[in-house]
Write a protein that binds this ligand. Structure first.
Ligand code: GLP
Length: 243
């Protein structure tokens, strides 16, 4: 696992966008795993800029999002479907047939999850997975647990995640209690991974991810075992790594 400590959010976003752009230039039909949350917004802005300047072309790119809340309609502004349209897809030339996001309203959840795994496999697997980091060390919506969850599955969100994500909703009661997420194994199967984190609220999770024991209580720690994972963090998020 490689750690890149950068000065601030802007530099983190640029560095991450450069990795994604290089991947697309090298392989125009790349399969990307995409993340949501506030962290990657700057990276998506950079990617849109690069697209507008003709540096990258998304016409053959295939995407799989990490996760989605259960029970939110895709037009709901807090859904990750809506987020992806607003922050990336509506600004670029991606073919929407190549976009995959879990359906949190699926009637048959198990089927939805196993189909998603099948679709990823059919696409040839994920070339580059982008990750954010929950304050409690979660990746996607893989919450701290006693075992590493494997494939795409439904999860009960922890109190700390509901509280952290309530800033996007009117209040904590509105935050869905469940989500669908790629599992740890789905994520670990990606050829390359970049994880982004910024701000002091992520410092403990970054410490656990980089220097802690590999344990399901800190889901991101599994990345220590990945052969090609790069962690891009700003100084504040990296503040507990020194010493
Ligand atoms: C959510 C998402 C994660 C994301 C995390 C951090 O729970 N499911 O994929 O990485 O929050 O969010 P933020 O970037 O807003 O801190």
């Amino acid at each position: 696992m490689e750690i890149r400590i950068v000065k601030d959010y802007g530099e983190m976003s640029k560095k991450a966008a450069d990795v994604v752009a290089a991947q697309i230039i090298e392989k125009p039909d790349s399969v990307l795993g995409l993340a949501t949350g506030s962290t990657p917004i700057g990276m998506y802005k950079e990617l849109v800029r690069m697209y507008e300047e003709g540096i990258i072309d998304f016409s053959k790119v295939v995407t799989f999002n990490l996760d989605e809340y259960v029970g939110l309609d895709e037009k709901n502004e807090q859904s990750y479907h809506f987020y992806m349209m607003q922050n990336l897809f509506k600004h670029i030339n991606i073919d929407m047939k190549n976009v995959h996001i879990l359906d949190g309203n699926a009637k048959d959840i198990d089927k939805e999850c196993s189909n998603y795994e099948g679709e990823i496999e059919k696409a040839g697997g994920i070339d580059l997975q982008i990750l954010g980091l929950g304050r409690n060390g979660h990746i996607g919506f893989n919450e701290p647990d006693v075992k590493f969850p494997k494939n795409t599955h439904i999860v009960d969100l922890s109190e700390s995640t509901i509280e952290a994500n309530s800033r996007f909703f009117r209040n904590a009661e509105e935050v869905p209690k469940q989500a669908l997420t790629m599992g740890e194994a789905t994520i670990m199967k990606a050829d390359r991974i970049i994880l982004l984190a910024n701000g002091s609220a992520k410092a403990d999770a970054v410490f656990g991810l980089v220097k802690g024991d590999i344990k399901p209580e800190l889901p991101a720690s599994a990345l220590q075992m990945h052969p090609d994972a790069v962690v891009i963090v700003d100084k504040e998020a990296a503040s507990k790594l020194e010493g």
